[in-house]
Design a binder for this molecule. Structure first.
Ligand SMILES: NC(=O)c1ccc[n+]([C@@H]2O[C@H](COP(=O)([O-])OP(=O)(O)OC[C@H]3O[C@@H](n4cnc5c(N)ncnc54)[C@H](OP(=O)(O)O)[C@@H]3O)[C@@H](O)[C@H]2O)c1
Length: 318
């Protein structure tokens, strides 16, 4: 079978090759799936560069999210490959207890996008930040994979959503996703906008996959008893929050590492999946797939994700 492999660390387009490899053999508790669609995630880029928390031994097949068809039964499931990456290939292994059914109505490319980013959004907003109906939710990089999911989930939870995004095209995408207010934060400071829109209160929950200056500025417009969710650092800088600032403003900095729940509390993944499927069936969640590309174009697609030129999720079809 064909599988992309990272042979040394570096930018994905420099270090990946499409290799002919043996089809994997499932061990006890594993399923062999034919990959129908694999979704890109920013960690695919960071992992190839060697700067992600997870560092698989080389060579490895990238890709952490897929929709696959179980060989032998034809059942369609979504999830991550067993033990880490491995989705950018024609076949992959999945753990049987971590392979989730999807409604027939959901096409492969949207199904592939319903797992990682939506699970992260749902667990982040509900379990970690306890988002309440009527609260103000500020979503950064709202047109991205994680951000677009958070806008939809925030609206579905009854929150009022302010989104930020880089450039007019992405601002429009956030509007179409249902954001109540959108700021092009590459052209305008979002802090006064958030203060004005919320009547001086600030954002009750901030969903921040960007970090760096965006995190620093978010502390300036967070509400009394606000929750600032630390989701990621696409800006490339891990920020710091002075403890005295959290004290005087009475807010919380809340870490979010969704993947850890797979180990610490697997039942949460199951209940979250059920909640997401119900939201899909109710029409409140509809994964935004910005581009569908053939498997062969994985390096180019990853380069676009890294240089900020994608919207929603990018999905590869083997
Ligand atoms: N905590 C968790 O459990 C968890 C789970 C999944 C993902 N994540 C994290 O969530 C983040 C987003 O992942 P994603 O796959 O959904 O990516 P994405 O948001 O689709 O793409 C990254 C976006 O970040 C923004 N950005 C701002 N500064 C950037 C820079 N210097 N370089 C590149 N992008 C920049 C860009 O949007 P604008 O142009 O609009 O600024 C870009 O489109 C990643 O940091 C990832 O590690 C965390």
């Amino acid at each position: 079978m064909r599988a992309w492999r990272v042979h040394q660390l570096g930018n994905p387009s420099d270090v990946m090759s499409l290799d002919e490899v043996e089809q994997p053999t499932p061990a006890d508790g594993q399923l062999l799936v034919r990959v129908r669609a694999a979704a890109l995630n920013f960690p695919d880029v960071l992992m190839a560069q060697g700067v992600y928390q997870e560092k698989p031994p080389l060579p490895y097949t990238p890709g952490v999210e897929l929709c696959g068809e179980v060989v032998g039964t034809g059942r369609r499931v979504i999830g991550s490959p067993s033990g880490g990456p491995g989705a950018f290939a024609e076949y992959a292994l999945m753990d049987a207890d971590n392979a989730w059914p999807v409604p027939d109505s959901l096409p492969d490319e949207k199904a592939a996008a319903l797992y990682l980013t939506y699970q992260t959004g749902h667990v982040g907003l509900h379990r970690r930040a306890h988002l309440q109906p009527g609260e103000w939710l500020l979503v950064h990089a709202g047109a991205g994979g994680v951000g677009s999911a958070a806008i939809q989930l925030g609206k579905a939870a009854g929150a009022r959503v302010i989104a930020t995004a880089g450039g007019p095209r992405k601002v429009e995408v956030c509007r179409e996703l249902g954001a109540d207010h959108v700021v092009d934060y590459t052209a305008e400071d979002f802090v006064p906008v958030v203060k004005e829109v919320t009547g001086g209160r600030g954002a009750d929950v901030v969903y921040d996959p960007v970090g760096g200056d965006v995190f620093d500025r978010s502390r300036r417009c967070i509400a009394f008893e606000g929750r600032l969710l630390v989701v990621g650092f696409t800006s490339g800088r891990i920020p710091e929050a002075p403890a005295n600032h959290a004290l005087v403003k009475n807010y919380s900095v809340v870490g979010l590492h969704w993947g850890l729940y797979r180990k610490m509390e697997p039942s949460l993944i199951a209940t979250t999946h059920d909640a997401l499927v119900a939201l899909v069936e109710a029409g409140q969640v509809d994964p935004l797939v910005g581009a569908v590309r053939p498997l062969e174009e994985a390096p180019q697609a990853l380069a676009q994700l890294a240089d900020r030129s994608t919207v929603g999720k990018v999905v590869l079809l083997p």
